[in-house]
Design a protein around this ligand. Structure first.
Ligand code: TYM
Length: 336
């Protein structure tokens, strides 16, 4: 008898274009994992509402992100849009009641984002949604009984919370019901900003801090050319140079990687040579993805329909979990 495949679940926010950190830290892995596991991947539009956003862009960005994931090799039948499966929000409410306020107060991403908000706009307020964000993330994961969650290092704390919630729920309702999800990492768990290698690559830092893999080739070259290398205060290889070597490796340029690393060790490395190899590597890495994206964009309707269908299919699992959870917590009596 063949063993049941393990479940993999991961999600991404539709904040515009996919950047290199998302791709190398998570999405590239998502595509590969499909060969071995039962995979479910989501575009989490409800999560995006927790920070200031433009209502007129949200729907468009959500589809855009879904198409970009397809272009990266995610199979349409594995992909869902979070708001098309409202059971996530319902489970979130239930799980919020097995998670203490104090536990949520420990989440560092909440604190970082709250600070960011105050820096950017003194009139902006920190929403209750932002505080509750990690509970929604736990619902995304637990509703599919995920065994593994492929993520970058920045999401580790959120995953730990999901595991704690699962444990607490199982204990409180006296049943080993929820699986305890484990993270899966790529080699590139934290891609750094080219403009400030003290920080992770992220869209919230602003335009120059992330490489848009669907962006213009010349822009990618320019960004790499102006990447910060030595900041002068680090011992050994600086984070900026390490990041460039990591990008070279991730783009599959192994020969150049070995040669340039030898140059670095001999003290003869010219950063301009390293940057030019990285730029070529990234441009080539992004090109086929961009070509697939263009094809998908030429028939948006077909792909939208496919993702609506797959969301409907994936919803069946979410419904089943929610029904079982409601019975366990006493909201639903199967005999009623
Ligand atoms: P998000 O949308 O910020 O990022 C999506 C994925 O990309 C990874 N990532 C990075 N990896 C390496 N280096 C970087 N610079 C970098 N930037 C982003 C993230 O770790 C993530 O894996 N809270 C999540 C979305 C989410 C989720 C979930 C994830 C909601 N529900 C359930 C997993 C499971 C987020 O904002 O990711």
């Amino acid at each position: 008898m063949s063993e049941k495949k393990k479940n993999v679940l991961s999600c991404i926010q539709p904040t515009g274009d996919l950047h290199l950190g998302n791709y190398l830290g998570a999405v590239k892995n998502w595509a590969d994992l499909q060969k071995k596991y039962d995979c479910t991947y989501g575009v989490v539009d409800y999560h995006t509402m927790t920070m200031p956003y433009k209502a007129k862009n949200l729907r468009e960005n959500t589809w855009k992100m879904a198409f970009q994931l397809l272009a990266c090799g995610i199979d349409d039948e594995n992909l869902f849009i979070q708001s098309l499966i409202p059971e996530h929000a319902e489970l979130c409410w239930i799980l919020g009641n097995v998670c203490s306020h104090g536990r949520l107060n420990l989440m560092t991403q909440f604190k970082d984002k709250a600070l960011q908000l105050k820096d950017k706009d003194k009139d902006a307020f920190v929403s209750g949604g932002l505080f509750y964000y990690p509970v929604m993330q736990a619902a995304d994961i637990l509703i599919y009984h995920a065994d593994y969650v492929p993520i970058g290092k920045d999401q580790v704390q959120h995953l730990e919370l999901s595991r704690d919630i699962a444990q607490r729920f199982n204990h409180q309702f006296d049943k080993e019901y929820f699986t305890h999800p484990e993270p899966l990492f790529t080699k590139n768990t934290k891609i750094l900003s080219l403009a400030n290698p003290e920080k992770k690559m992220s869209k919230s830092l602003g335009e120059k801090h992330y490489v848009n893999i669907f962006g213009d080739e010349n822009r990618i070259r320019k960004q790499v050319k102006s990447a910060v290398t030595d900041t002068g205060d680090s011992e050994g290889m600086s984070p900026g140079v390490q990041n460039l070597f990591d990008l070279l490796e991730a783009s599959g340029r192994m020969e150049a990687h070995t040669t340039l690393l030898e140059d670095y060790e001999k003290g003869t490395l010219r950063y301009s040579d390293l940057k030019s190899e990285v730029a070529d590597g990234l441009v080539e890495l992004c090109r086929p993805i961009r070509e697939r994206y263009d094809e998908i964009n030429s028939d948006k309707k077909k792909f939208k329909n496919k993702i609506k269908d797959s969301s409907n299919d994936i919803r069946k699992t979410a419904r089943k979990t929610l029904r079982e959870v409601k019975e366990l917590v006493g909201i639903l009596n199967p005999k009623d």
